[in-house]
Design a binder for this molecule. Structure first.
Ligand code: GDP
Ligand code: IMO
Ligand code: MG
Length: 426
């Protein structure tokens, strides 16, 4: 009854969707365990590209049961649109199940996200403005609406009206906005969304445990990443959920003893969208090359991603936070043209060297990365299917990462397509 976690080890967009899709061929169930439509997970199958925000990345396989877990926050119109796009591409979406305990994102959550960012001015977080933080905030203060409330119009209305009372005071008096149109929300959520979403609502915990009892393989798909984690990331420049592996247990309703593998996904370099510290960030032609060769523009928001060298101080911390059993290194092909490739192995802080993440966030803003440099392979690797066939320089680079972190690298991404992965061990 094994469960596998796929977790981002950097600041997101490491290729979690692609690796989840790859592994889904050996799974029975794929559960998204946190986040919302702030995520953008890309899967490329031959010439078709799928950009998923809420639907688990296993959906493309007819044998998979995809589940949106209780830890996710759902914007129903985005979910329905996503399902519509999948259906138009002949993907069967009828197997999708949604946890009755997952929370809803309401229209004013998006508005509050936008306004609070504006009020923060130059200190803004650079959120995706999808209402993620405000929805999780309402969950934490215990006034949030859950997916199961769609099944009971009376409860939905009562909860919405009491929520609107409190929000309206802030929206109208503090932010100078119009009050919430509760009638419009009631109509959309109860008359339009509820009939479509209700058949998918289930007791996901019961379903997942039945699958575990039948010895089925479960994959727990994380969104965002370790350093965007609300507790362990670069707070406040984080998201409002727990992408780290512990969040996989909470967000799906299984205990840690069921988890047998935790696969950390790392890009062969690092990217970040939005504000916050980034020790190995580059501002030179290499950064431009990474943006261009890696198409480093957000799948979801289209924002240009900040780029920098691979940082093993971060990766080692991610190893501890997630109990990583192995790594998947993606986008190695993006480095193909470089003369020199670098890995950050330590930080220098006020003349002292450390390979640990500083606990004081101010230090992270000022650390100087210390690099190991490698000769580039300067040859295209996108067609290579076997690790042994990679150029020696690329193998040295991968082997060194594995040596520093102390766990195997089992998958290497050499291109965006499902088929473009060198599998070292499954
Ligand atoms: P996720 O959020 O972690 O699922 O990652 P995204 O889908 O947001 O971003 C990863 C991007 O890199 C997508 O455009 C993928 O198609 C692409 N990608 C994934 N793996 C590889 C790889 O090994 N090589 C290249 N060149 N592109 C990749
Ligand atoms: P996937 O799953 C990259 C970032 C935002 C912002 C911060 C907070 O595709 O890897 P939020 O809207 O969550 O309140 O924004 O988190 N962020 C992501 N960055 N990939 C993501 O998801 C992200 N989801 C949120 O850019 O800095
Ligand atoms: Mg993404």
């Amino acid at each position: 009854m094994p469960a596998t976690v796929v977790v981002g080890t950097q600041w997101g967009d490491e290729g979690k969707g692609k690796i989840t899709d790859l592994l889904a061929s050996q799974m029975d169930v794929v559960v998204r365990y946190q986040g919302g439509h702030n995520a953008g997970h890309t899967i490329v199958v031959e010439d078709e590209t799928f950009a998923l925000q809420l639907v688990p990345s296993g959906i493309l396989y007819p044998h998979i049961t995809p589940i949106i877990g209780n830890g996710v926050v759902i914007e129903p119109s985005v979910l329905l649109e996503e399902l519509g796009v999948l259906e138009s591409k002949n993907i069967d979406t009828s197997r999708l199940k949604i946890s009755s305990n997952s929370h809803l994102i309401l229209p004013f959550h998006l508005e509050i996200d936008r306004i609070t960012e504006r009020y923060l001015g130059k200190n803004k977080l650079g959120t995706t403005k999808r209402g993620i933080g405000p929805s999780y905030a309402d969950k934490a203060t215990r006034i949030g609406l859950r997916v199961q409330d769609l099944l009971d119009p009376k409860i939905f209305k009562t909860k919405l009206e009491s929520m609107a009372k409190e929000k309206n005071a802030i929206l109208t008096r503090v932010y100078n906005q119009l009050p919430i149109d509760t009638e419009e929300i009631l109509h959309k959520f109860l008359d339009v969304y509820a009939p479509k979403i209700s058949p998918m609502i289930c007791d996901s915990v019961d379903f997942i445990h039945d699958c575990l009892n039948k010895n089925q393989n479960i994959l727990l798909e994380g969104a965002q990443a370790t350093f965007l984690d609300l507790d362990h990331g670069t707070y406040p420049y984080v998201t409002s959920s727990n992408p780290t592996a512990g969040g996989a247990c909470v967000g799906s309703g299984i205990g840690p003893m069921h988890i047998t593998r935790v696969i950390g996904i790392a890009k062969s370099y690092v990217t970040r969208v939005g504000s916050g510290p980034f020790p190995t960030e580059l501002f030179d032609t290499t950064s431009e090359l990474l943006v261009q060769r890696g198409h480093e523009y957000g799948t979801n928001t289209g924002r240009k991603r900040r780029c920098g060298w691979l940082d093993t101080v971060m990766l080692k911390h991610a190893l501890r936070l997630n109990s990583l059993s192995e790594l998947a290194i993606t986008k190695l092909d993006v480095l193909d043209e470089l003369e020199t490739v670098k890995i950050c192995t330590k930080y220098e802080i006020n003349g002292e060297f450390t390979d640990k993440m500083p606990y004081h966030q101010s230090d992270l803003h000022h650390v100087k990365p210390v690099y190991e440099a490698f000769i580039g392979w300067k040859t295209p690797i996108s067609e290579i299917e076997d690790f042994e066939d990679l150029p020696i320089e690329a193998k040295n680079y991968i082997n060194r990462i594995s040596e520093i972190i102390g766990i195997p690298v089992n998958y290497i991404g050499v291109g965006p397509k499902r088929s473009q992965v060198a599998v070292i061990s499954n």
